[in-house]
Design a protein. Structure first.
Ligand SMILES: Nc1nc2c(c(=O)[nH]1)N[C@H]1C(S)=C(S)[C@@H](COP(=O)(O)OP(=O)(O)OC[C@H]3O[C@@H](n4cnc5c(N)ncnc54)[C@H](O)[C@@H]3O)O[C@H]1N2
Ligand code: MOO
Length: 409
């Protein structure tokens, strides 16, 4: 049966839609050397100002020949074309030019024959096979045409993009300045690693998983430590975080308990856009504005932190950083485990993609799914995403899987 408490929660899709409509890039541009741009977001389109390759050139080591000589018993080799050292004359009837891979195709030549398909005796070259017209020629502009938008603004720059920019001779590029994200944990029970635990204490793990996920997103991090469960301290921490950062991310203190001050302070002094999502784990996720910063109050449970961060905070941070949003990769796989699920919230269970004996992919649960069991995140390589209205899943049913792709986790 659907839990009646769920009805005031926003769906994840609606929350993402709200964020898409509300958030615009908050960061300015700067010009950097292309290597420094790796992983940053391009601020302006890169348009090719020249073709790449710049000239028709050979794809093979061999001989540049004229198509209208096809069938001739032999050709006379009249020169050489190396990459970077073109043959400056013209190939006349009955002639050919020795050419290396990358060498510019000399005037008059219309194809290249591979060296392995020829026999040479001094300047005389015999072809055992005639190449087709244009064979083994890489045309000018085959890779990039002048005037093409090669890399659009909003793209996060990859190693391949660095190579593409270098192939155009670009030394510098405009990227968005990295987003500044302040983060802190709330809770009287939290101790730092290396400290001794008192009665009822636990170690603060959320600041570590958050640190990892923020680092992978290439934002500038401002770790503000642990803030105790007290209204004044939470107010002060939020105010100083918002003064220094574009975005503030906290964990804990957003539920309805007596020591849950984060949500209360936001309601009093800030602006709450939403505070409850129909997702599991992660229901009390709070989003809004505090002073001049955007604010995400993540629930305290460690798995809820990671689930809400990947599903909701990550696309928001990308958008604020100027990145064009792209849909998350999801696909369907047969599930090898029975999964418990109550209708009501969209569920992000932790799973592992497995390869069967037949080479066919499937997914299995990593086991117990409590929102305090952080080990389930470490053991997983994907979320099994179950729709809000779904009930239990029986092994053999197909489910939607979202791998922890690339830079996220
Ligand atoms: N009556 C209700 N109680 C709760 C509800 C509810 O709807 N009604 N929701 C539950 C859900 S769902 C979640 S999630 C939690 C979220 O509560 P808070 O965000 O206020 O989180 P806390 O109470 O501060 O902490 C929850 C849990 O996580 C541990 N924690 C907190 N911070 C850290 C940290 N930095 N590192 C490791 N572990 C941390 C904390 O000790 C608690 O065990 O509320 C439920 N309750
Ligand atoms: O958000 Mo809570 O159980 O959904 O961890």
């Amino acid at each position: 049966m659907t839990d009646p408490c769920e009805t005031t929660s926003l769906t994840v899709a609606d929350a993402l839609d709200h964020l898409r409509r509300t958030l615009t890039p908050v960061v300015g541009h700067r010009r950097v050397a292309i290597r420094e741009a790796l992983g940053h977001v391009l601020a302006r389109d890169i348009v090719a100002d020249q073709p790449v390759p710049a000239h028709d050139n050979s794809a093979m080591d061999g001989y540049a020949v004229r198509g209208d000589d096809a069938g001739a018993d032999s050709l006379r080799c009249v020169g050489k074309a190396f990459a970077g050292q073109p043959f400056t004359g013209e190939v006349a009837a009955g002639e050919c030019v020795r050419i290396m891979t990358g060498g510019v195709i000399p005037a008059g030549a219309t194809a290249v024959v591979m060296q392995e398909q020829t026999d040479a005796d001094g300047d005389t070259v015999m072809l055992r096979r005639w190449p087709g017209e244009g064979e083994n020629i890489r045309r000018a502009g085959d890779d990039l045409q002048a005037g093409d938008t090669i890399l659009p603004a909003g793209r996060r720059i990859t190693p391949a993009d660095l190579g593409v920019m270098a192939s155009l001779g670009r030394a510098e590029v405009d990227v968005f300045r990295p987003l500044r994200v302040a983060f802190f944990s709330t809770g009287d029970e939290l101790r730092g690693v290396g400290e001794a635990l008192g009665a009822g204490d636990i170690y603060d793990s959320n600041r570590y998983s958050l640190y990892g996920m923020l680092t992978r997103l290439q934002v500038e991090r401002l770790d503000l430590g642990v803030v105790p469960d007290n209204r004044a301290a939470v107010r002060e921490a939020l105010a100083s975080a918002a003064a220094e950062a574009d975005v503030v991310v906290t964990s804990g203190g957003v539920s309805v308990g007596e020591a849950d001050y984060v949500g209360q302070v936001l309601q009093e002094r800030g602006e709450a856009h939403f505070w409850s999502l129909a997702m599991k784990p992660g229901r009390p996720l709070t989003f809004g504005r505090y002073a001049d910063a955007w604010f995400f109050g993540l629930p305290g449970n460690p798995v809820s932190v990671m689930a809400t961060f990947t599903q909701v905070v990550t696309p928001a941070l990308r958008q604020l950083a100027g990145e064009t949003s792209r849909p998350r990769a999801r696909f369907r796989l047969p599930c090898r485990s029975d999964l418990g699920k109550k209708p009501g919230r969209q569920d992000f269970q932790r799973g592992r993609i497995v390869v069967g004996e037949d080479g066919v992919l499937a997914v299995e649960s990593v086991g117990r799914q409590g929102s305090g069991m952080l080990r389930s995140m470490s053991a997983a390589d994907c979320f099994i995403v179950l729709p809000a209205d779904s009930g239990d899943v029986t092994a053999g049913e197909w489910v939607t899987v979202e791998p922890f792709a690339g830079p996220l986790i």
